[in-house]
Design a protein around this ligand. Structure first.
Ligand SMILES: C[S@@+](CC[C@H](N)C(=O)[O-])C[C@H]1O[C@@H](n2cnc3c(N)ncnc32)[C@H](O)[C@@H]1O
Length: 250
């Protein structure tokens, strides 16, 4: 399990390195222009609450990590922030038009329970948008998987294929569900730059956070060895998709 309390101060590094334009566009399109009341579940440091704020009539975020929420409070001052878990949302039935969940679903202990909670708190005609990886699609090319091979199996266990998510949404009472490719995260960085920029760090992505110290150190040693063999010109490739799955209430 990722300890977000411990890495809250370094979490936003990803937003300095990658643009996430596809996620931003998908979120804005999902919220639309009717100013829906919106809740982000697993809102973390509030990056997406900040993006959603101009489009929402009422904005709230829940997250179990106090240090993450404290950061969210600074950037999303109009949002009502609550310390809570996705599996037991502290909201009355039919209170929100839109629920949003970005890169968080794979951390929830009980996905089916969250989907039932999401269905409960959504108004008629409302929708839940979840954005995340699908490592089962076998399309990802990512240095994290190459040099820290344990992360591949860990991700296959944590992330469900999007077609399974759609089935689970229907089982939870959503009228229909759809999935689309939302973003493609691409980068090519020299290993030496990645080391200097704090990218090869357990806080950079939860795939590295969940490794044991020995597994992490073995991966770092593999990168250093490959860098020696490449005479200091080792490129770390990132090329993976983020998928949006949307469940609609009838
Ligand atoms: C990778 S971060 C994503 C944060 C934010 N959505 C973003 O994309 O910047 C995952 C977040 O999920 C939260 N989380 C973990 N378990 C949770 C649960 N059971 N219910 C709600 N949030 C949870 C973590 O505390 C963390 O802030």
């Amino acid at each position: 399990m990722t300890n977000y309390d411990a890495i809250a101060d370094r979490f936003d590094r990803r937003y300095e390195l990658y643009r996430y334009d596809g996620v931003r566009d998908t979120l804005n399109q999902f919220l639309g222009s009717a100013r829906p009341s919106t809740l982000e579940v697993g809102c973390g440091t509030g990056h997406w609450l900040q993006v959603a704020a101009p489009s929402a009539s009422r904005l709230a975020g829940v997250d179990p990590s106090m240090p993450m929420l404290e950061r969210a409070r600074r950037v999303a001052s109009t949002a009502h922030l609550i310390r809570a878990r996705a599996e037991m949302l502290p909201c009355r039935d039919a209170t929100f038009d839109r629920l949003v969940c970005v890169n968080a679903l794979h951390h929830f202990a009980d996905r089916a329970r969250f989907f039932r909670e999401a269905r409960r708190v959504l108004k008629p005609g409302g929708g839940l948008l979840s954005i995340g990886k699908d490592p089962h699609a076998e399309r990802d090319n990512w240095w994290v998987y190459d040099y820290f091979p344990e992360t591949r199996a860990i991700d296959r266990a944590r992330f469900a294929p999007v077609r399974i998510l759609r089935g689970e949404l229907t089982e939870a009472g959503f009228a229909w569900a759809e999935s689309v490719e939302a973003d493609r995260i691409e980068a090519d960085s020299l290993a030496s730059d990645a080391m200097a920029n704090g990218v090869i760090d357990t806080s950079f992505t939860s795939q590295l956070t969940v490794l044991t110290p020995d597994e992490f150190q073995s991966g770092v040693a593999r990168i250093r060895e490959a860098e020696r063999e490449a005479d200091g010109e080792l490129h770390l490739i990132t090329d993976f998709c983020l998928y949006a799955t949307i469940g609609w209430v009838g």
